[in-house]
Design a protein. Structure first.
Length: 549
């Protein structure tokens, strides 16, 4: 039989299968099978995007309203500044989309965005496109209390930017010119992070783009040409991730911000180098030393002149984990054992260096050869990006943290009202599993007594129906790559895994009916599916065996 033809609903992760809060089914095609998707915060989730570069992709927000409407009352015109109008061609060749501003020569003439609230100690960047039409070629951008940045404007469009760790919770973003000039302006942006991203237009509300709170994460990790749908538990990044300033302690080491291209494809990676020769030249995060309980620590690193980054437990007495950035091999030689160690290749010389330990006093050590010592010459070092610390026993995808505090990514939830595609008294559900980890309620179907697929300790699974205590399958171990089918009628349930029935056929003491909603909530686990199929009928045993083989 053709299982795809007979399926009522088919979902296959695809780069074209998600938009506007939906994960599209490939059957049916009229939208009645589409899944809705939610996660919480616009800025807390990432994925690995499609080729050819496979960069990390983030959610992005332009926090300025009316970012390209300088006539709006949200923009103050001060000390002789007047708006001529939207009369100039913008940097991308669109006519009458950039603004001409007239500065009459009054000192401190400026256009200024009314104050917006920002997180104290948060990291922000501002950017704007400028060119001069007549008059002076010098202006300033930024915020006076943060320090304005003087820029030299030419007759060609340039994008100017800067970043600041906020020392106040109110920002007044501006363009200032003290001389007589007509300056053309386009697209002011103010966002979290060290460097400007691609411009996002905004109106009465902030502009958004990228991996947002309702965006399905079709992930292309490891250079995949066909993605997986990334569904993860809620996690909190406990450390600032890209700005290694406030909260971090450098001992015998120094950093240079925005020194090279990161796995994000932007020049926002940091160079770190020793300033003195000897042992334990390191960087650490103060409030997490020591950590209490099980934590997973990770950082992206790339070889420079140095190619060894070592994570040690300073109380452990051993060297720790040597991450060799030339070979991509991690060597754990600590006398205090790490529970989990890994290096993941992100391309272009970048590796995500990961280690899990309990009650660790962690230090990232610069090393000549994998030990605790290094030789300094004032320039030689390596590159780091995207630090993360999670209170759990395995790593999840990168959670950007520019706030100066902690950032939480909410649990991924995918759901669908299946009234139009499901027969009320029978069905078959098929899952092609890429990976399932940890312990959680994985699938719950409501409105007929709460059917659940439950993930137990020891990577064991079982199906059960809350109001029918007699229907509990023998639990089974699930492994990455398993194919699983559950068949239900109003009188019985059967489960098939990898070509064989698991457990016995279970009689239902209450009827299976009114199946109208399916939700996939990963709870506390990280789960990836290659494919999901739902059939309107209970397939035969032979069909289930073939389907799951």
């Amino acid at each position: 039989m053709s299982y795809f033809d007979d399926a009522s609903l088919a979902f296959l992760p695809s780069g074209a299968a998600g938009k506007d809060g939906k994960a599209y089914s490939i059957k049916p095609t009229d939208g009645t099978g589409d899944f809705t998707f939610s996660r919480g915060s616009n800025l807390a989730a990432t994925r690995v995007g499609p080729g050819p570069d496979y960069f990390i992709e983030k959610g992005r927000e332009n926090l300025l309203t009316y970012s390209n409407d300088f006539s709006n009352s949200d923009w103050n015109k001060i000390n002789g500044l007047s708006v001529i109008g939207q009369t100039a061609t913008d940097p991308f060749g669109v006519a009458n989309n950039a603004w001409s501003l007239n500065f009459d020569g009054t000192v401190n003439g400026r256009i200024e965005k009314k104050g917006l609230s920002v997180a104290v100690n948060g990291v922000y960047n501002y950017s704007v496109y400028l060119r001069v039409a007549t008059g002076t070629q010098v202006a300033s951008i930024g915020h006076s209390s943060w320090g304005l940045t003087a820029v030299t404007i030419t007759t060609q469009w340039q994008r100017f930017e800067g970043f600041k760790v906020a020392a106040t919770n109110t920002a007044y973003i501006r363009v200032r010119c003290d001389d007589a000039a007509i300056i053309e302006v386009f697209g002011y942006q103010f966002e979290s992070g060290l460097v400007a991203t691609e411009y996002i237009e905004s109106g009465a509300t902030k502009g958004t783009a990228g991996i947002l709170e309702n965006t399905p994460r079709f992930d292309y990790s490891n250079g995949a040409s066909c993605p997986s749908l990334l569904l993860e538990p809620s996690r909190t990044n406990l450390v600032p991730s890209e700005y290694f300033g406030a909260g971090y302690t450098l001992s015998g080491a120094a950093i240079i911000n925005n020194n090279t291209t990161s796995p994000e494809g932007l020049q926002n990676a940091t160079k770190i180098y020793p300033t003195a020769s000897g042992n334990y030249k390191h960087i650490r995060y103060g409030s997490l030393n020591p950590s209490t309980g099980v934590h997973t620590f990770s950082i992206f690193a790339k070889a420079g002149e140095l190619d060894h980054l070592v994570l040690i437990d300073y109380d452990g007495g051993g060297v720790g984990v040597d991450f060799n950035l030339s070979t991509g091999v991690a060597n754990d030689s600590a006398s205090v054992a790490f529970d989990f160690v890994d290096m993941v290749d992100y391309g272009n010389g970048w590796y995500r260096c990961v280690a899990t330990a309990t009650n660790l006093r962690f230090y990232w050590i610069l090393s000549d050869n994998g030990g605790v010592s290094v030789t300094a010459n004032g320039t030689d070092g390596l590159y780091i990006y995207a630090a993360q610390a999670e209170a759990n026993a395995y790593p999840t995808s990168y959670i950007p943290n520019h706030s100066g505090g902690t950032i939480t990514r909410a649990v991924d939830v995918i759901s669908k009202d299946l009234t139009s595609v499901i027969n009320n008294n029978q069905m078959t559900m098929f899952l092609d599993v890429k990976s399932l980890e940890a312990i959680s309620t994985v699938i719950a179907a409501d409105n007929f007594g709460d059917l659940r697929w439950y993930h137990q300790a020891g990577n064991r699974f079982r199906f059960y129906k809350i109001d029918d205590a007699d229907w509990v399958t023998n639990s089974f171990v699930v492994n990455d790559g398993d194919k699983i089918a559950l068949t239900l009628t109003d009188t019985q349930a059967k489960l098939f895994v990898n070509g064989s029935q698991v457990g016995t056929t279970f009689a239902l003491t209450t009827s299976f009916q009114n199946f109208t909603n399916l939700s996939y909530n990963v709870g506390s686990s990280k789960n990836e599916l290659n494919q999901l199929l739902i059939f309107r009928t209970a397939l035969s045993d032979a069909d289930c065996i073939t389907l799951t083989t």
